[in-house]
Design a protein around this ligand. Sequence first.
Ligand SMILES: *[C@@H]1O[C@H](CO)[C@@H](O)[C@H](O)[C@H]1NC(C)=O
Ligand SMILES: *[C@@H]1O[C@H](CO)[C@@H](O)[C@H](O)[C@H]1NC(C)=O
Length: 246
Amino acid sequence: MIALISAVIFCFLTSALAQQANCSTEGQFTAPAGSYVFSWSLQSNGMYVDCNVSVNTADNTWVAVGFSEDRFMPDTDVIIGANDGTDEFVEDRWNGQSRVAGPSLDPMQNIMDTSSMRDGNRLTISFTRPLVSPDTSGRDENLDVCRNVLWAFGGTTTFVNGDVTALGGHSNRGVFPGQLCLCTIASTTATTATPTMTPTATTVTRSATVIPSATPEETPETTSSAASVANVAVLTFIFIFIATIF
Ligand SMILES: *[C@@H]1O[C@H](CO)[C@@H](O)[C@H](O)[C@H]1NC(C)=O
Ligand SMILES: *[C@@H]1O[C@H](CO)[C@@H](O)[C@H](O)[C@H]1NC(C)=O
């Protein structure tokens, strides 16, 4: 019994540590199709991530990136956009369990600083999103834990009077082999459960959390060995505590 409880606790602690030890503050995933590139850069406040998505695709087609708990399209948080040289859009959408009609518009748009660019065949969309979304409707996937990243592009985009009215199915899609694991500070995420989208609030919180997230990438070994020692200490304590009870 004690061994079982200890094993469960040990697995929990080591998996939490493993995720944090291999996290990134910036990077990119690429797919050969359309020379698709998804790049990300965590803001120094540790609360927001800046993203670019680029692909070679025809003027009247869209590009999208999805964040998912599994490697499948249903229940995937989607950021999608297009720019045909005249009209453009970048939107927060959600692929539900039934995705016959494609990703539906999320009633709460949890992306900011959106932009799009068309350079010949190359389409790029940019956006910033909070790691922990204030949207609690289940239409966003938080990025404070590792997520699978899905890529797609090539569906037609129909604009009417500047508004996107219809999106066709993708011509290409896939899932990147590695997961997106952003470096988070446990205390930061605990105090930012409902980040606001106002610039003022962002600035305030940024200054409050800039120091602990300073150089997570440069000291992974120190951090993880310190964390290992702490974990072993906690584990030993719990073990002795349980042994005392029995
Ligand atoms: C760490 O992340 C890199 C880049 O995503 C990946 O190639 C590598 O396999 C990961 N290592 C572990 C142990 O998960
Ligand atoms: C996105 O693209 C812009 C313009 O090229 C660049 O300044 C920025 O660093 C890029 N950000 C990421 C996360 O790739």
